[in-house]
Design a protein around this ligand. Structure first.
Ligand SMILES: NC(=O)c1ccc[n+]([C@@H]2O[C@H](COP(=O)([O-])OP(=O)(O)OC[C@H]3O[C@@H](n4cnc5c(N)ncnc54)[C@H](OP(=O)(O)O)[C@@H]3O)[C@@H](O)[C@H]2O)c1
Length: 298
């Protein structure tokens, strides 16, 4: 039903939960164009109608049972609602036989879609690893976005063309530890922003004008990323911890104690991570490691 031959009619996509993420992707699929939009269902009627208006496609549904059969179903509700949406769709007696049903929650694999697999649907998980805001997003912006996908071979065969049509980087996985995976992708993006924000606060407290603090932080981040991509974390890491400059680290802690005492623990935890890297690389002798251990334990 759903594997269209090349040049055949575009498959129809129904969306349950057309918010920031699903709305952004649907917009791109319409630009490609890769599919037609069938029915859209959000929690509230006005929100479903707004999504239809914003996309200029599809029809607002009144309920899950009101949604006609489709080739593709996207569950784009918040993480906590994916399972209940899947259950509601499975209970709606819609024809799901052979339909590809996928969600966008990095936190989950296929287990949350089990009720739909029992109805003959092909379940898949597709996590676009970037922030999606449903604002003006073009295929050029999306190009290269890591799209981590999980599903049966048949489901992946159907999902891959959708991802590549909008420039996504196709990254299939299977049976991964979703807790650790999601912790990792959340931390790398959000903690980087949190650390940059802390650094900017410290720089302005140190007396740098706001614009200078921003320029220093952004420039440093840009070159850090270049180094990281070129040689990896272990090879590219530098600074007082890997050099073994314990007195410099003592001075950092002293400065924070007088200007930003609440941030000392943040510094210690982050510096301990760097120390672990230095230790793994074998840079430091036992005495230096012990000195750092005492300093960074607090
Ligand atoms: N946004 C991102 O940057 C991003 C990136 C990658 C993955 N994701 C994943 O994408 C999913 C959606 O995130 P989001 O940021 O797009 O959330 P969002 O903007 O809050 O959108 C969620 C949508 O789901 C609808 N919804 C919630 N419960 C529903 C239900 N029971 N039935 C029908 N519709 C329901 C909401 O309707 P109302 O408008 O009526 O409340 C809303 O339109 C999450 O699993 C998230 O982890 C998000």
């Amino acid at each position: 039903m759903t594997n269209r031959p090349t040049g055949g009619p575009l498959p129809t996509l129904n969306v349950i939960g057309c918010g920031r993420a699903a709305g952004s992707l649907v917009r791109l699929w319409l630009q490609a164009p890769t599919l037609r939009v069938g029915a859209i269902l959000n929690r509230s009627r006005s929100s479903s109608q707004q999504a239809v208006r914003q996309l200029g496609a599809g029809a607002a549904a009144e309920s899950v049972g009101d949604m006609p059969a489709a080739d593709l179903w996207l569950i784009g509700s918040g993480d906590d609602q994916v399972l209940s949406v899947a259950r509601a769709l499975a209970a709606a007696r819609t024809d799901l036989d052979g339909a590809l049903v996928f969600h966008l929650a990095g936190r989950f694999g296929l287990e949350v879609l089990a009720p739909l697999a029992e109805q003959g649907a092909e379940p898949a998980a597709m996590h676009p690893v970037r922030s999606l805001t449903h604002a003006r997003l073009s295929i050029a912006d999306f190009k290269g976005t890591a799209c981590v996908a999980e599903g049966s071979p048949a489901a992946l065969d159907r999902l891959q063309p959708l991802v590549t049509a909008i420039g996504g980087l196709w990254l299939p996985v299977s049976d991964i530890d979703r807790g650790l995976y999601h912790a990792a992708v959340s931390i790398v993006s959000n903690v980087t922003k949190g650390v940059a924000w802390k650094a900017q606060n410290w720089l302005t407290r140190a007396g740098l004008p706001d614009a200078t603090a921003t320029a220093v932080t952004h420039q440093l981040l840009a070159t850090t990323l270049e180094d990281l991509f070129r040689s990896g974390a272990q090879q590219s890491i530098t600074g007082p911890v890997v050099r073994g400059d314990t007195r410099t680290v003592e001075a950092h802690l002293e400065a924070l104690r007088s200007s930003y005492p609440d941030d000392i623990d943040v510094y210690r935890i982050l510096a301990r991570t760097v120390l672990e890297l230095a230790q793994e690389r074998g840079d430091l002798d036992a005495a230096t490691l012990a000195r750092f251990d005492t300093l960074l334990k607090g």
